[in-house]
Structure formats: C-alpha cells, structure tokens
Design a binder for this molecule. Structure first.
Ligand code: PMP
Length: 285
C-alpha cells in the first residue's frame, strides 16, 4: 500500500487520508473514478484514461476542479512520492461534502483523490489454464439509467454479479444487458474468436469503453485479424473457438468455460496468445 495519498492538492500520509462522512461519494456513490496502470515508471494510456474520467464527470454534471494537465501532474507526483514504478493507480472524484439530501447545490467542492498501490494480478496459472466463468442473473445497468460508459462510483450491479460469480467458484462473471445480449464481465470487456475473426460487443450494448479493449482492437487490426464489433448473444461465446477478457489489471486473459460448457478445445488459444504477446510489447512488460 502506498504511503501517500493525494487529496485535493495535498499529499497526505495514508493514515491521515480522510474525507467527510457527508461526502456524496460515500452517501450516494456520487462520483467517478479511473483504474490506471504504470509499467516501469510509464503510465499506460494516461491521456485516454484522463479523457474517459473527464467524460464520465461531464455526464454526471460534475466539474473536476483541476484541468487535465494538472491531473496528469498530480498522478505523476503521487507515483513519485510513493516510489512506485509498476503500480495500480486509482483516481476518484467525489461530489464533495453536502447535506443528507440529494441536492448537489448543497455540496461543497468535489474532492480529487489519487491512490497508488502495488498491482494485484490474477494468478499466473490462470493465463495458462484460462478462466471458468458463469453468467450472472444481475444484468448490466440500463443505458438510460446509468450508462455503463460512465465509470461512476456506483458499482453495485457489478458487485452483485461478482458475488454470483464467486458463489459459483468463479473469479469473473458475464453480465448481459437489458436485451439479453452479451455486455461485459464485472470488471473486464469480453471478446470471442470465430475462425480468426475477433468479435466484441459494441458500446451501445451497454459496456464500459475499456482502454484495454481499444488497445487490443487496434492490435488485432494491425495484426490482420478481421474484427467484427456487433451485438452478441451467449451463443456466440459458447460456440467460439476462443474467448478472452481485457482490462487494466487483467490485461488479456483467456476464458475456457462458460456456464459449465467448454469453449473451443478448453485451452487458451493461439489468437489469445498472440494478442497477449502483442499487448506486452506495447506496455513494455
Ligand atoms: N468493464 C468494466 C465494468 C470495468 O470496470 C473495467 C475496468 N476494470 C473494464 C471493463 C475494462 O476497462 P479498462 O480496460 O479501461 O480497464
């Protein structure tokens, strides 16, 4: 755990890093966040993460009190203070302290919090054996309620799906959207491979626009794989040659079973392996 946490312009010792119990981030999940990673001292896709953070904030009428360049500086400053080079970076913007009502006009200033920590990885064996996942009964947020493109502090529906996965002995769970189509996993985007064609659901399926998803789509195009971003059902996953997930912490990780059915030959496939290697080459890992 890092020693220093950045809170609204100041680096505080971890023990002193506190915010008000009246903060609407705590009271209502009213805020946005980012999960970012640095590899050997270089923050991966920092600008893309910062842009997504500011877009998420905009979508919930939250004005981040510092500009994007200041945010990048604050992230670098926090990493340096904690002497971390391979790190997980959590940026949180809360609405700020207010009254017990919902009214945002009665809140004070939004708080900017940056926590850096050692990265918590899935065990290495899972990259060799592949994940076993289940479909959760809890669906992803309806885009007209809270659009999943907003990385808001309200992750309750993903948490409920994650609990369902854990109860079934799985580290991830598939979430469908309100139409019954494939959306994403609780903290990762999902892909299928059919005859070398790479399929993944579109943004309007109700998913987070993963930064790793975008990087992997670019790598897939560069490598010459046909890419088909389209609405998908569970059938597309169950009949796939390969399936894999993407996310900041997971990078690219294979899935070999869904709801007790084996995907492909039950082993991580060549397209996954190729893309993971290409992904490592852009992170410098
Ligand atoms: N979907 C959800 C719901 C997520 O929370 C995340 C981030 N952990 C992702 C997908 C992957 O996004 P990224 O590649 O930007 O980490």
């Amino acid at each position: 755990m890092s020693e220093f946490v950045y809170i609204s312009g100041k680096l505080c010792a971890k023990e002193d890093a506190k915010i008000s119990v009246f903060d609407h981030g705590l009271l209502y999940g009213d805020g946005v966040f980012e999960g970012i990673r640095s590899y050997a001292g270089k923050v991966f896709q920092l600008q893309q993460h910062i842009e997504r953070l500011y877009q998420s904030a905009r979508a919930i009428h939250l004005e981040i009190p510092i500009n994007q360049a200041e945010m990048a500086d604050a992230i670098h400053e926090t990493l340096a203070a904690n002497k971390l080079s391979d790190a997980y970076i959590r940026v949180i913007i809360t609405r700020g302290a207010g009254s017990l009502g919902l009214d945002i006009n009665r809140t004070s200033h939004p708080q900017v919090i940056i926590i850096t920590d050692h990265i918590q990885l899935y065990p290495k064996e899972l990259y060799d054996s592949g994940l076993d996942i289940v479909t959760a009964a809890t669906i992803r947020n309806h885009p007209n309620a809270i659009d999943p493109r907003i990385k808001s502090l309200n992750y309750l529906n993903n948490i409920l799906a994650k609990i369902e996965g854990a109860r079934a002995g799985c580290v991830e769970a598939l979430m469908l959207n309100h139409k019954g189509e494939v959306a994403e996993c609780t903290g990762d985007n999902i892909f299928a491979v059919h005859d070398r064609t790479i399929l993944t659901p579109p943004l309007d399926a109700g998913i987070l626009e993963g930064i790793t998803r975008n990087a992997v789509l670019d790598l897939a195009v560069e490598a010459g794989y046909p890419v088909d971003v389209r609405a998908m059902t569970r059938h597309d996953l169950l009949t796939a040659d390969e399936c894999f997930l993407t996310g900041t912490a997971a990078e690219v990780i294979p899935v070999v079973r869904l709801d007790g059915r084996t995907i492909g030959n039950g082993k991580p496939g060549p397209v996954f392996r190729d893309l993971l290697e290409r992904f490592h080459s852009i992170t410098g890992k």
